[in-house]
Every structure is written in structure tokens, then in C-alpha cells.
Design a protein around this ligand. Sequence first.
Ligand code: UDP
Length: 325
Amino acid sequence: MQTILVTGGAGFIGSHTVRQLLKNNYKVVVFDNLFRGHAEAVPAGVDFEKVDLLDKKGLEEALARYKIDAVIHFAALAYVGESVSDPGWYYEVNTAGTVNLLNTITKAGISKIVFSSTCSLYGNAEHIPISENESLKPINPYAKSKYFIEQILADFNAAGKLSYIPLRYFNAAGCSPDGEIGESHEPETHLIPLVILNALGRGKQLKVFGADYDTPDGTCIRDYIHVLDLADAHLLALKHLLAGGTPDVFNLGTGTGYSVLEVIRKVEEISGKKVDYVVTGRREGDPATLVADNKKVKEKLGWNPVYGLDEIITHALNWYRNPKY
Ligand code: UDP
């Protein structure tokens, strides 16, 4: 049985990936500082270490307790606004923290890593849908902190120390269909949770950030990808590396975009409740349209996302009606 270290395994995408790994008979070790992760999201049968990537000694000591075959690295800060007001924090936690992780794992002889990257590396893309060939123009410190990590991974690879796959997510959403684990961010800034909480009568009035974009209804279009489809892509990337496959980078999205108003309508339709919203000004840094060209990952890894917006909203509604944490 192969053992996979998952950093940030108590977080949203990390916890769903941990469960998929267990279902596929991997042994899993989670490192998480629980700053924004949830201990309740880590299932029984997983070895858990509360450790911070900035604590080099703690990291080395924790790693020495296991024999790891590969790493999936999620642990990071992930709010754009926060990164703009405190860039040093983002570069320290995301970029320097990852350098600590890479130094520690490579010293321990671990040479395979799947990395949680983002479509925000493309900034305001020129071509829609966005393929991996689009030029990288990160426009905020969060995106840049991830961009630098991709460059650093390439340098470790050139030095013969690591084989790696960055996965560039579009808009991660949805929850486990069984309602056992879900999304719980504090503060919550993402569209789908906010629309659902509003429909359930638990949120403030929703602000639609701009209805004057160059899109059919004027609101921004995003490619919402179910967290379980994302988790499956991590397993495929992992298998590729474990089988000796070459480093590569992949976009993870469905290839279909929905506007903010379409998401609101869909939540109203599925929940049977009205959403209370108001159109306000644009949010800084929001590109009009972000939709993935996912041909490469389908061809090279055989990934095939199975969930659409209906399931994303149905599963998330199920979770928010009865959140476990
Ligand atoms: N959005 C919105 N109101 C909100 C939160 C988000 O209108 O309260 C819009 C946002 O401008 C973007 C889309 O919903 O066009 C998705 O935003 P989210 O923060 O979920 O993800 P992002 O695209 O920023 O990664």
C-alpha cells in the first residue's frame, strides 16, 4: 500500500481528496496547522500531524515518523483580498512555506508532488476557453504566490530532485454527496455558499458584483467544478507521477461557464426559495469570464468531470442545511 502525505488535508479540497485516496486504498498522512482547516474533516484511519509549514524543525520531525511515497500539497492561504492588503503574509505562508516543504521532503528522498495551483495565474486571459498555453499574468499577490511556487517546482525538477504536477483549478464548489464533509470558510466570500446561505435565510443580502460586464447578462461568468471531480483529478495526477510519468501542468474545469445571475436562478430553482440580492459595483480584480479548456487533462490523464452545476448546488444545499462543522 502506498502512503500519501496530504498537506492541508483538513481544508475544503484537501479533505475531499483524502476521502477519495482512502477509497482507492492509499494510506494517508495529513499535515495541517488547523488555522482554517477543520479537524472534524479528517476521517478516522488517517494519521494526523498538527504542524505548520513555517516550522522547519516540526516539519522534519513529523515527516521522519512516516515513509511517504508522494505528496499532495494543498496547504495555503487563499483569499485574494487578504493577499492584496497583506502580501508579505501570503508570500511567507504560501511561497516560503512551500520552499520549506520541498526542502524537507527532498532531503527525506521524496520526489513526487501534486500541487494545488489556480487559474488566477492567467489573470485577464486573452483567449476563452483558457488552455494551459495561455500566458501567465497573475494580477494579485495570492496568484503570484502560486505562480512563484510553480517556477520553484520547475527548478527543483531541473535539479533532478522532484517530479511534479501543478493542477490549476477553476472555481471549486460543491460538497460530498453524503453530507459528511463540506465547505466551511470563515470568512465566506465565495458565490455559491453565499447564495445558498441567503436562500436558506441565513445570510446577509447578496451583493452581485457588477452587471455591466461584456457577458450576455452583464454578470461575470465562471467555470464551477465539483470538489469530487477535483479530488479525482488529484488521484489521476498522483498515479501518473507514481508510474514514472513526466511533469506536466493541467487546467481543471468543466469547460462550461455560468453567470452570477444563472447561479442565483439555479439555487432558487433547486431550493424552491428566493434569493435576496442587489447589484452593486464591480469587485476589484474580477475578470469578466473564466472558463477552462480541459482537453489536455482529459487526453493525458483520462480525467472526465461527471458533475455539473445542478449536482454542485444540490450537494452544497444538502451540506448547508445541516453542516457538521
Ligand atoms: N460574486 C458576487 N457576489 C459575492 C461573491 C462573488 O457577485 O458575494 C461573484 C464574483 O464577482 C465572481 C463570481 O461571483 O464573478 C465568483 O466569485 P467567487 O468569489 O466565488 O470566486 P472567484 O471567481 O473570485 O475565484
